[in-house]
Design a protein around this ligand. Structure first.
Ligand code: ADP
Ligand code: ZN
Length: 710
């Protein structure tokens, strides 16, 4: 435990630099452990909040924190994120010019940065600063890359063991989202940190809604889903390169901004696609699993698995990429037997075929579950959930069982009649009395049971057969062209009157209902959130950083909910730290005020300005009016600007000089009249306060009326 003093420092530092009011699970313990200079191994799920665990201590150490990270391409985003929070940081790599590299060394030596990101390959070039005089802490991100047991093994990570020898008194913090024991031990061994404290946090990501759907007509399902979520970023994982391309082009045909991403594209193509996604220019990526590692875009709102993943580890890591900001997110998995069959074929012949097949089977059990899915998922990682989660499709729509014995008997007797030699689709065709070529050629239309299941749709039959397989009443013979076969259980149904319980297949909403919902969503377009999102996008382009680094969705949502109209209220928002308040505060506050102006009925709207105006006319100063009205001076200035623009008598030159107005006029011309204040602020070298810029712009729009003498 650390002293009270430190406790008093941690939360304020978290607020000041990251904008958050409280720690997430275990973050504080981890940070305290780092600060007490112990070695640590942190296992936290993707999106759990690992970065703060080394970034916050970095602010409190005298020297710099060296961050080892595998992907050069993403270091820039990390550094941009830190810079946006007012934390000086840099990245180093071998492709930089030597003058740039020397500049970084100078910054380290002069203590001008707090964090330095570097790829393991470039560590050798840092020889002259790998010294405890400069380095206070080493963070190793994606630490599972060190282990050949892990799934992302990188040879360059294996030399990291030398760090403990070169910097024996420097605490090391290794972080990963891979939970398995062998990998954990390997990390500790190879880094020479046998006494590292291990932190294993919960793997539960409560905000992600889990859902599994049958794969029928999945493209249509996906298009409907996306239309209901305009502007929300998402990733669709596919098994093959070809399907990423096909799906992306179908989505494009439907007016959706989607791009494919896979290892067959050129480096430039992939980089561009990834960038456009990070910057919200492309809404959706259709990707193979090659996409996503290390991307910490926090506003990915959903992940869809177009195909079933190979194993639960992969699935969990991929869905973890949505909802990192803690706001509600969706994970949808499409389940089809065709995928299972294909994945089994992939596994066949692999050196660890048994392991792969066993893992695939667990994935399948998850997909076919009729109990809380999160319980199954977390159970896989050794975590027991005592209650059902309430945020998965099974919890939300608990299966309604009914007596399905007759249905089962019909299916099983057709399987028997066809000598257990036909796959599901033929079984269903016979049940439904189809007369296509296969059926007629094989004489199946002559069978007594041909057409016994006419009353049930193709889709529903498919669902029932899946349930029968799941319950063990029949099975797929993967080695015999996927023929459906009987099991010992089947006999009990056919001859011993064993009851079978089935659940009603999920009915898809009527097209008309969906269309109506989409219409309603489109009608709701002018929400405050939408306005704030657009403002965020605009700023992101101006500053050339991804939108989520300006503010996360969670932060925008809170602004929408609480509508801060003063600087002090704005700072209360989670995700608003000191620097972001200073740099973005005014623009967002103005947007909120203008939105509210549009919403408040005319009379009331007049009132708030009138009250300010009356107090102004009584001769109160700005600060006095602000205090009197319990509003911020910024708000009062915006009132006065508005009153002035409306023609009221305001001595506007009390607030800004003619010279200052002239400077703003020049800035306006030079920049082609930007719509917000920030560009002016930057243009004027941060030397003119925002309220002055605002007043000057007001004057430029409505020059003083000489008659009235103002
Ligand atoms: P990880 O590296 O574990 O995948 P990140 O460090 O990228 O996760 O954090 C995920 C998201 O959670 C980021 O948007 C981060 O800003 C946010 N976050 C981290 N700590 C907190 C906290 N204490 N309160 C609110 N949000 C947090
Ligand atoms: Zn559940």
């Amino acid at each position: 435990m650390l002293s009270k003093e430190t406790q008093l420092i941690l939360i304020p530092t978290l607020k000041k630099y990251f904008g958050y009011d409280s720690f997430r699970e275990q973050q504080q313990e981890i940070i305290e452990s780092v600060l007490s200079r112990k070695d640590n191994l942190v296992i936290m799920p993707t999106g759990g909040g690992k970065s703060v665990c080394f970034q916050l201590p970095a602010l409190l150490f005298d020297g710099i924190t060296l961050v080892i990270s595998p992907l050069i391409a993403l270091m820039k985003d990390q550094v941009d994120g830190l810079t946006a929070n007012g934390i000086p940081a840099a990245f180093f790599n071998s492709s930089q010019l030597s003058s740039a590299q020397n500049g970084i060394f100078d910054k380290v030596i002069n203590s001008e940065i707090k964090l330095l990101y570097v790829a393991p390959e470039s560590l050798a070039l840092l020889e002259n600063i790998l010294n405890e005089k400069y380095i206070s802490c080493v963070a190793i991100d994606e630490a599972h890359c060190i282990s050949s047991w892990g799934h992302d093994f990188r040879p360059s990570y294996q030399q990291l063991g030398f760090l403990k020898h070169s910097l024996p008194n420097t605490p090391i913090i290794a972080l990963t989202a891979t939970a398995d024991k062998a990998t954990r031990q390997d990390i500790v061994d190879q880094l020479n940190i046998p006494n590292a404290t291990q932190f294993l946090t919960s793997f539960d990501r409560k905000n992600i809604e889990l859902e599994v759907r049958p794969a029928n007509d999945r493209v249509t399902q996906i298009i409907k889903f996306i239309h209901k979520k305009p502007n929300e970023a998402g990733i669709i994982y596919c098994l093959s390169r070809k399907s990423t391309e096909q799906l992306a082009s179908k989505l494009k045909q439907n007016g959706i901004k989607a791009m494919p991403y896979h290892a067959g594209l050129t480096f430039e193509e992939r980089t561009k696609t990834q960038e456009d996604f990070l910057f919200d220019k492309t809404q959706i990526i259709c990707a193979t699993i090659a996409f996503g590692m290390g991307i910490d875009k926090s506003n990915v709102r959903w992940v869809i698995h177009y195909n079933m993943p190979k194993n639960i580890e992969g699935y969990y890591q991929e869905i973890g990429r949505c909802g990192r900001d803690g706001v509600k997110a969706n994970a949808i998995l499409f389940h089809s037997y065709a995928d299972v069959i294909q994945l089994r074929n992939f596994a066949a012949g692999a050196s660890n075929e048994d392991v792969q097949l066993a893992k695939l089977e667990r994935m399948q059990q998850f997909s076919e579950a009729t109990t809380c899915r999160r319980k199954i998922l977390l159970g896989y990682f050794g975590e027991l959930l005592s209650d059902n989660c309430g945020n998965c499709d099974v919890c939300k729509n608990p299966p309604q069982f009914f007596d399905g014995t007759v249905i089962a008997q019909k299916a099983l007797s057709v399987i028997t009649r066809l000598n257990e030699s036909e796959a599901t689709s033929v079984i269903i065709d016979v049940l439904r009395g189809a007369k296509n070529a296969t059926i007629v050629d094989k004489g199946y239309d002559k069978l007594k049971s041909h057409g016994v299941g006419k009353d049930i749709s193709w889709h529903d039959w498919q669902q029932y057969i899946i349930q029968l397989i799941n319950q063990g009443f029949c099975e797929i013979a993967f080695h015999k062209n996927n023929a459906l076969q009987l099991t010992s259980f089947s006999q009990k149904v056919l001859f011993e009157k064993k009851m079978v319980y089935l659940t009603k297949p999920i009915a898809f909403k009527e097209q008309a209902v969906v269309q109506k919902e989409i219409k309603e969503i489109k009608a709701k377009k002018d929400t405050l959130f939408e306005r704030l999102r657009k403002l965020r996008y605009k700023i992101s382009l101006e500053e050339n950083i991804p939108a989520y680094l300006v503010f996360s969705d969670a932060t925008l949502k809170e602004m929408e909910r609480t509508r801060p109209m003063s600087q002090s209220d704005f700072l209360e928002i989670s995700g608003v730290g000191q620097r972001k308040l200073e740099v973005y505060g005014d623009e967002f506050i103005s947007e909120i005020i203008s939105f509210m102006d549009g919403k408040i009925p005319k009379k009331k709207k007049g009132d708030t300005y009138k009250v300010t105006y009356d107090l102004y006319k009584e001769g109160l100063t700005i600060d006095e009016i602000a205090e009197n009205r319990n509003l911020s001076p910024t708000t009062i200035f915006s009132h006065l600007a508005k009153l002035y623009a409306d023609g009221k008598e305001i001595d506007i030159y009390d607030f800004v000089t003619k010279e200052e107005v002239e400077l703003v006029r020049k800035a306006k011309e030079a920049m082609d009249s930007p719509a917000t204040l920030k560009p002016y602020y930057d243009f004027l070298n941060d030397e003119m306060e925002y309220f002055k810029i605002r007043m000057a712009l007001t004057i430029l729009i409505r020059p003083p009326n000489p008659k009235r003498g103002n």
